[in-house]
Ligand binder design. Structure first.
Ligand code: 13P
Length: 278
């Protein structure tokens, strides 16, 4: 069933479980994620970045694609289609108008005041359309050619003000993770996660969930994270699978076989992550 993320995340927070947000890039990824989460009987958030939306053809294409898959594959588990890192109020409105169940507005690089103003605009529009809203506060570290640059972790008082003023349903807090594949030692502030989770009524979202081994993901869950976003780990698993297949099958030209050759690795990665709830 298609739902917004509010109830699924509130229930997960209450039961100290994690809901995974897996990013999609195309039809095959959306199909694989839906099939696997339905098989495992777990709710799932399909995250789509603005870049992926542009790649796939637009907001309406993505919404029609995902909703049709849920219907034609007879997916029984709860599914939420979510805009990941919406960069403007307009982008969130476009997603909501296309039927997305949830949006993230990311004004984390702006001042707290501006972040609050823009986020409130999105919340007002979203609430009228039964759409849930996630927003970010603090700044995550970044991976670039020079390695890892630390961000500024979220501060509790600012976070309390932000959540209260905006009325958001989930908050993405900077706690030391970065986006992208990072195999080095991260500096995750578990104490901060605990403090935020204890003091906030809304669920806490961990961005940059890739490159963290299962034990670290479990520690994040135990400290109070409710939603974990995974993108790069799926990309890595899928591309390793495809490269291996192409090396072993140099004559294959059927795109279904080429693209499909990475799908089992993608599904295995999903299984591994979801297992932290057991
Ligand atoms: P990763 O690519 O590090 O998994 O981050 C995904 C993410 O946070 C999407 O919002």
């Amino acid at each position: 069933m298609l739902v917004n993320s509010k109830k699924m995340l509130q229930e997960a927070k209450k039961n100290k479980q994690v809901v995974f947000h897996f990013n999609i890039n195309n039809l095959e990824w959306a199909k694989a994620i839906l099939e696997e989460c339905d098989k495992l009987k777990v709710p799932v958030i399909l995250g789509v970045s603005e870049g992926a939306i542009k790649y796939m053809g637009g907001y309406n294409v993505v919404a029609s694609l995902c909703f049709s898959l849920v219907s034609d594959l007879e997916i029984k588990t709860d599914v939420c289609l979510h805009l990941d890192h919406g960069s403007s109020v307009e982008s969130c409105i476009q997603a909501i108008d296309a039927g997305f169940n949830s949006v993230m507005i990311d004004m984390s690089k702006k001042s707290l005041e501006e972040n609050i103003i823009k986020t409130k605009e999105v919340v007002a529009y979203a609430k009228n359309n039964n759409v849930s809203v996630e927003a970010e506060i603090g700044s995550m570290g970044q991976l670039d050619a020079n390695g890892l640059s630390q961000g500024t972790n979220t501060n509790l008082n600012d976070c309390l003000t932000f959540v209260k003023e905006t009325g958001i349903d989930a908050v993405a807090a900077a706690v030391g993770t970065v986006h992208g594949i990072y195999h080095g030692k991260l500096n995750i502030d578990y104490k901060l996660i605990e403090t935020l989770a204890t003091n906030l009524e809304v669920p806490l979202v961990l961005h940059g969930g890739s490159g963290l081994d299962i034990e670290i993901l479990k520690k994040c869950k135990e400290a109070g994270i409710t939603k974990i976003n995974i993108n790069s780990d799926l990309q890595e698993a899928w591309s390793i699978g495809v490269k291996k297949y192409l090396q072993e099958n140099k004559d294959v030209i059927d795109p279904r076989k080429v693209i499909g050759s990475g799908i089992q690795a993608l599904k295995d990665t999903i299984d591994m992550k979801i297992n932290i709830n057991n």
